[in-house]
Design a protein around this ligand. Structure first.
Ligand code: HEC
Ligand code: HEC
Length: 303
């Protein structure tokens, strides 16, 4: 704070507090002349209303005195009186640093075991899960939802159902977090004729037992083998190596309705899981991974 602004603030305080404090000291002592009947002589409404005189009540004086005392004490102890730092030397940055240090001291024993233990073991550790959950809410909930149930419109998968694009052991989850993932479902519009796309979609629907056109599904089967099996597997069960989803179960990343399937197969899909290396420390990522692992293994981790 420059000297000018410091002086400006001091002047404002002295003038404002000074005037009110002067009135406070002067008010209880001042002698106001009164008439013999005890009124001030001021009359309104043709003499019907006459102005009486009452001393300030003691409770009001006591409370005001206390408020002045605490106001002056505050300005002496804390920053506020111009550039004065106050007797206590308190700063908001200092309080924040002290709280952060206290928190780090609390976390230190927990963090000490984070680097050495496998994710699956960390997931059984309630304290690690608690920290992991907080960081999940801060960093991941915007896409995967507060409880990790995923948000289909973003193509962000449900992390609680035990169904994985890239694998659900601790190592695979940690890799997904640190290095990110990029789904690569190619667009088939222009590659396959519309008829064949319609056929293969019927076959895809048959894989998960959805209502479908049996004849078209039969035609679609060899099209699937020729164009899709390389990633989704001959049986359609998917591959965690390329992140191709299992098409035979009831779990959908983008949806199993006709229109959604048409959109997926014609236009392709490229879901992006951002990489967190550099933004999160390895320990932080491990604690989040432990929490994520526990979501789909509640029985094994939350005894
Ligand atoms: C910008 C949105 C977004 C954010 C933020 C995000 N994710 Fe993801 N995540 C995705 C998408 C989209 C996918 C699917 C990628 C794909 O389709 O290949 C994904 C995939 C994953 C997977 C792989 C799931 C599987 O089935 O194999 C894991 C694990 C995961 N995310 C965890 C996290 C965690 C933990 C965080 C927070 C540190 C996080 N994500 C933050 C969008 C996001
Ligand atoms: C190069 C590998 C590859 C090929 C070839 C491929 N896919 Fe995919 N497919 C993927 C990947 C990877 C995803 C996940 C995309 C994402 O994560 O955003 C996917 C997603 C899908 C989905 C969305 C599933 C859901 O849960 O919403 C459908 C449906 C699908 N593919 C069908 C097909 C069909 C039909 C063909 C053949 C005509 C095909 N795919 C060919 C890799 C492939």
């Amino acid at each position: 704070m420059t000297t000018f602004w410091s002086a400006w603030v001091i002047a404002l305080i002295v003038i404002n507090l000074g005037i009110t404090f002067f009135l406070f000291l002067w008010g209880p002592r001042v002698e106001i002349p009164t008439q013999p009947d005890g009124t001030t002589g001021h009359v309104w409404a043709h003499g019907v209303l006459r102005e009486g005189l009452h001393r300030l009540p003691t409770w009001w004086i006591v409370i005001s005195a206390l408020m002045f005392a605490s106001g002056f004490a505050y300005l002496a102890l804390y920053p506020g009186f111009g550039a004065s730092k106050g007797i206590l030397g308190w700063t908001s940055a200092g309080e924040h640093a002290a709280d952060t240090a206290a928190n780090a001291a609390l976390e230190a024993p927990i963090r000490a075991r984070v680097a050495s233990q496998p994710i699956e073991t960390l997931a059984t550790d309630a304290e690690v899960r608690r920290i992991g959950e907080r960081m999940f809410v801060d960093n991941c909930a915007s896409c995967h939802g507060r409880q990790g149930h995923g948000i289909a419109a973003l193509g962000a998968p449900n992390l609680t159902d035990g169904d994985w694009l890239y694998g659900g052991d601790g190592k695979a989850i940690l890799t997904s977090i640190l290095d990110g993932r990029q789904g690569g479902m190619p667009a088939f519009a222009g590659v396959l004729p519309d008829e064949s796309i319609a056929d293969v979609i019927q076959y895809v629907r048959s894989l998960s037992g959805r209502p479908h056109d049996g004849l078209r599904a039969q035609v679609g089967k060899p099209i699937f083998k020729a164009n899709c099996a390389v990633c989704h597997g001959a049986d359609g069960k998917g591959s965690t190596a390329v992140g191709a989803p299992n098409l035979t179960d009831a779990t959908w990343l983008y949806g199993g309705e006709q229109a959604q399937l048409l959109h997926t197969v014609r236009g392709g899909r490229t879901g992006v899981m951002p990489a967190w290396r550099g933004r999160l420390s390895d320990d932080d990522a491990r604690m989040i991974a432990a929490y994520v692992y526990s979501l789909s293994h509640p029985d094994a981790t939350r005894r």
